[in-house]
Every structure is written in C-alpha cells, then in structure tokens.
Design a protein around this ligand. Structure first.
Ligand SMILES: Nc1ncnc2c1ncn2[C@@H]1O[C@H](COP(=O)(O)OP(=O)(O)OP(=O)(O)O)[C@@H](O)[C@H]1O
Ligand SMILES: [Mg+2]
Length: 572
C-alpha cells in the first residue's frame, strides 16, 4: 500500500463502524442492482412467452430489489459523506495545531508564505474530502462490475470472453492518466498556493497597495499566477477528461459488436430475445461502474498527492524541539546567563559570542543600531529560535531542557510589531487566561494608560479592534499590547520597542505604568529612546551582533564610547 493511503486509512480507523455500514449498504446495492439486471432476462422471456403468472411472480422480487437499492444507496452515500467530513475536520485541526507549533524559521522561510499554508488547509483538505466520498465507491462499483460480468458469463460466456478484449485498452488508458496526474497535480497545487498567497497579500497589504498605487501590479500578479494555474488545469483536464470518452468509445464498439452478434444468434434461433435483452442490460449497466472505478482511480491519485502535501507538514520536524528532561522553570531562580551564544538565521552570523548575565530583579536595556541583533537576543530567550552555538541558562539549567510551555509562561512579551486578535479589547488583554479576574483587565489597562481611550470608545472594553487591531491607532495598539503583557503577570518582562509609537506625554504615562510593573520583576528592555533606558541597572550596547559595552548610564557615559556617541546624537 502507498504510504499516503496508509495514513489516510489510519485517519479512517476511528470511523470503522460507520464505514462497515457504508460497505454493507454498498455491497447490498451492488448485488441488488446486478440481480435486477439479471431479472430483465427472465422478465423479457416471460413477456415474450405471454407468461402472465411468471411476471406476477417476478414483480415483487423486482420491487424488493428496487427497495434494497434505494435504501442501500442512500445510507451508503450519506454515511460516507459524513465520515469524509469528520476525517477532514480532524486533519484540518491537526494541521492548524501543527502550524502553531512550527518554529518561526519554518514560517519565515515557507516558499508560498502564510497564504500558501492557508491554501493547504483549504484546498488540499477539500481534495481529500471529495476524494473520500469516492472511496465509498470502492465497496460498490468494483463489486457491481464483477456481478455484472458474472451475469454476462451466465448468459453467454463465449460472448463475454469476446468483450474482454477491451480490458487491456482501458487499463492502458488508466495507467497513462495516473502518470500525468502524478506529474501535474503537484504543480497545480503549488500554483494554487501562490494564488492564495497573492490574494492574502492583496488583503493584508491593502493600505500600502492603495498608497503606492499598486492595485495594477497586484492584479497582474494574480493574473500571472492564475494563468500558470490555468495552463496546468488545462493539461489536467485534457488528460483526465480524455479517459471518459475513450473508455466510452471502446464500450460502444463492444456494444455494437454484441448487438450484431446476438441479432444473428436470435435470428438463427440459437438464443432467445430475453438473452439478448438480459445481456445488453448488464452490458449497458457496466458502463457506469467502469466509469466510476476509473473516476475513483483518478481521484485516488489526487488524494494521495494532497495527503502527501498535508502530511509533509504535519510530519515536518521543524518544531521547537522539546527536551525529554522537561524541567520546570525554577521558581527561585537567581540569574539568566547567555554563555558564548552565537546565532545565524542561515549564512551570516547575526549574534557573535554573546556573554551576558541578567540578575533577577534587574532591568537590562539593550541598545544598538537597527539590525544590530537586539530583537534576536530576546527571541532566543523564548526559544522562537535556538542558539546556533553556546547556551542560555536559567541558573544552571539550559533553557533547552525546560518545559517549553513553562518557560513561555514565565515571560511576558511586548513585541516590536504589535499583533492584536480580531476580537474585543477585553479579550485581547485577557489573552486566554480566563481564570484570572476580570477586574485585573481594567487595572492593567489603567497602568498601561489605555483605560481612558478605551472608555471613550462606544462599547468600551467590548469594542472590537478590527482585523489585526486596525481600528486602533498605532499607540493605542501598543498600549493594549502592554496591558496584555502586564496582565500575564510573568516574572520576566521583555519590552521590544514597547513605547516607540507613543507621543511623549503618553510615553511618560505608560513608562510610569511600566516602572511600576517592573518593580520586583526582571526586564529586558529594547528602546531607541535613551530617556527610557537611563534608569536601567545594566545597559548592553550591541554592534553588528556583538556586545561592545556593558554598564550603567553614568559608567557608560564616562567611557565615552559607543553609548556616549548614541547619547550625544540624541541630545544634539
Ligand atoms: N527571520 C530572519 N531571517 C533572516 N534574517 C533575519 C531575520 N530576522 C532578522 N534578521 C536579520 O538579523 C539581523 C538582526 O535583526 P534584529 O531584528 O535582531 O535587529 P534589531 O537590533 O532588533 O533591529 P531593530 O532596531 O531595527 O529592531 C538583521 O540584520 C536582520 O536582517
Ligand atoms: Mg528589533
């Protein structure tokens, strides 16, 4: 069995009882339909012999068979559709969870961006869903095919053998389709990913697009993507749809030959007209299962490719590796140590041999030119990325050995690029910790100097912030994100340009709140404005990924080095 099919079978396992019903109803339908087809021979013979009694005897049986077919078919299709929905729901959930656990390198480097991943979760899953419905046919149509062929053999085995010359032709057609599917479907999927990605960027970047008059460019990008997609689709349709008419054409030739042959036989008195009708009915009915088996065959190719694409992500190892040691974050920790930490995203070393000690309760400020590696240093602490070499220790425990959730629980982060959920202000500050008191939301919003502007909004804390918080100003968003970090109440606070979007008056207010918050906590503060870092216990000056100076404000000013230079630039 193909590994992809194995994976799909594993997904189907929880529904094996329902699938058993699907199988039984499918088998019942197939047998009833074949029997029904066979019955036409007897019916017709009785009819031509004017044997009324015999017809009266056959009618209830025919009715019974029709009932079995109707009920069987209904449950067969209904239940398989239901199972298909359940299975893809599970896969969708797995995939979303996987997206959230993949490390940032994976996300940043994914070729078709987040739009591409969205395409996988929508389009590939859709293919699987559609394909699974066809799986139901596996119980029904091959069996029906076999039953109908049996009918044919029973009626005239020589003739049936004659019709079998078509089999190799049909097999060859199927094989060629499968080959081209395997080639073109992955290309089609990739094209679809790029299309989705362009659409997503057209939405996410709408403001910049309008401001830079990029509508045409974006439209062209989508047209280019779509044309590529269309080309591939065209090829796929060409191959895929050729199969149906080709097999039908072969079937028609066979049908006509049978017609000719049996008409001679009937005329010569070697066969009854019933034989002729019976044979033809079964032969005509065979068309449908052949078509469905062929369709199922094409679908299975599509499904295996989608399964492969989805599971390549579900099984992607780029998760943040979790140590089996799973140590708890030490409650009474005393210091954090960066020991010989170097880091590279790919080729260039972004951080070079960083050695840094952060004592509990200290406020440590990171200063340095844009791109010097400040955000990278703090990103390593929450393990968004892991150091390329060297280690980060909490007391003497390597953070790699800590339980990841516990580590992150102990850190509250205000990121440089604020992200808010498209929800209410309250929910954004609450950030999932609903065990905590609702009153705290208010208190934290006050500390973050957000309460006043929130109260001015028509629905106060219930106001929705819009997509990514776009109904709020930059400074308002920042204050919500500060309130969210305050609410988290973690011992370690990371503020990456937390107040950069605020005016001086708000900044002073928010700074008061932050000062209050930082009491008794440990904070890593990144700021360009030196006024916010003068009070830090320790100022770390970075240059090109290296620490060039460490000390407090007065000490560093006295050194007349890099920090001094920064300071004088801002005061001239
Ligand atoms: N995901 C990434 N992949 C590759 N390179 C990256 C990535 N993120 C940052 N870099 C590079 O790493 C270097 C340090 O980036 P970092 O974000 O740490 O700078 P920073 O000191 O925080 O700058 P800023 O003050 O502008 O925020 C930069 O040269 C940047 O181009
Ligand atoms: Mg930064």
């Amino acid at each position: 069995m193909l590994p992809e099919i194995k994976k799909l079978v594993a997904e189907l396992k929880p529904y094996k009882k329902t699938i058993a019903i699907v199988a039984v109803t499918g088998i019942a339908y197939a047998l009833a339909a074949a029997k029904f087809a066979f019955l036409t021979k007897s019916l017709f013979d009785a009819l031509s012999g004017s044997k009324h009694d015999e017809i009266m005897n056959l009618v209830p049986l025919a009715l019974g068979l029709a009932l079995v077919m109707a009920v069987g078919r209904y449950y067969h299709i209904y239940l398989m559709n239901y199972v298909a929905e359940c299975v893809v729901q599970n896969i969708r959930q797995k995939l979303q969870q996987k997206f959230m656990s993949l490390n940032l390198s994976f996300h940043n480097n994914y070729h078709a961006g987040s739009g591409g991943l969205i395409s996988r979760i929508l389009n590939d899953i859709r293919t699987i869903q559609d394909g699974l419905r066809v799986v139901a046919d596996i119980f029904l149509h091959p069996l029906l095919l076999i039953a109908l062929i049996t009918n044919l053999f029973r009626i005239d085995w020589k003739l049936t053998l004659g019709t079998m010359v078509a089999v190799p032709f049909i097999a060859a057609i199927l094989k060629s389709i499968s080959r081209s599917m395997r080639k073109y479907i992955p290309q089609e999927r990739d094209a679809l990913e790029y299309m989705t990605s362009t659409i997503k960027e057209s939405l996410d970047g709408v403001r910049i697009i309008q401001s830079f008059n990029l509508e045409k460019d974006m439209a062209k990008r989508l047209i280019d993507d779509s044309n590529k997609y269309l080309d591939i689709r065209k090829t796929i349709y060409k191959r895929q749809e050729a199969a149906g008419p080709a097999t039908e054409f072969i079937a028609t030739i066979i049908l006509l030959s049978v017609l000719l042959y049996t008409s001679f036989e009937v005329a010569a008195g070697r066969a009854t007209p019933g034989t002729f009708i019976g044979f033809l009915t079964s032969l005509l009915m065979i068309n449908q299962p052949i078509k469905r088996v062929q369709e199922a065959y094409v679908r299975i190719q599509e499904v295996t490719i989608s399964v492969q694409r989805i599971f390549s992500i579900i099984e992607d190892p780029s998760e943040v590796p979790q140590s089996p040691l799973n140590k708890p974050f030490p409650k009474n920790w005393k210091k954090i140590t960066y020991r010989n930490v170097s880091f590279s995203y790919g080729k260039d070393m972004i951080l070079k041999n960083i050695n840094l000690e952060i004592n509990r309760g200290e406020v440590v400020a990171l200063v340095g030119a844009s791109g010097s590696g400040k955000s990278t240093i703090v990103n390593l602490l929450e393990r968004f990325f892991d150091a390329t070499s060297g280690e980060i220790l909490i007391d003497d425990i390597n953070i790699l050995d800590l339980n990841l959730k516990d580590l992150r629980r102990n850190v509250a982060l205000v990121t440089q690029d604020v992200f808010l959920f498209s929800d209410t202000i309250e929910k954004n500050i609450w950030a999932g910790d609903y065990n905590r008191n609702r009153a705290d939301v208010l208190a934290m919003a006050k500390l973050a100097n957000a309460h006043d502007f929130i109260m001015k909004m028509p629905q106060g804390y219930e106001s929705r912030v819009g997509d990514r918080g776009n109904l709020l100003s930059g400074g308002e968003k920042q204050r919500i994100s500060i309130a969210r970090a305050m609410f988290k109440d973690a011992p370690l606070l990371i503020l990456d340009e937390a107040t950069s979007a605020l005016d001086t008056a708000s900044e002073i207010e928010v700074q008061k709140g932050l000062d209050h918050l930082m009491e008794g906590r440990t904070a890593l503060v990144i700021a360009h404005r030196l006024s916010t870092i003068q009070k830090a216990d320790k100022i770390v000056v970075l240059k090109n990924g290296e620490i060039v100076e460490v000390g407090n404000h007065t000490h560093l000013l006295g050194q007349q080095g890099e920090y001094f230079r920064f300071h004088s630039l801002q005061h001239t």
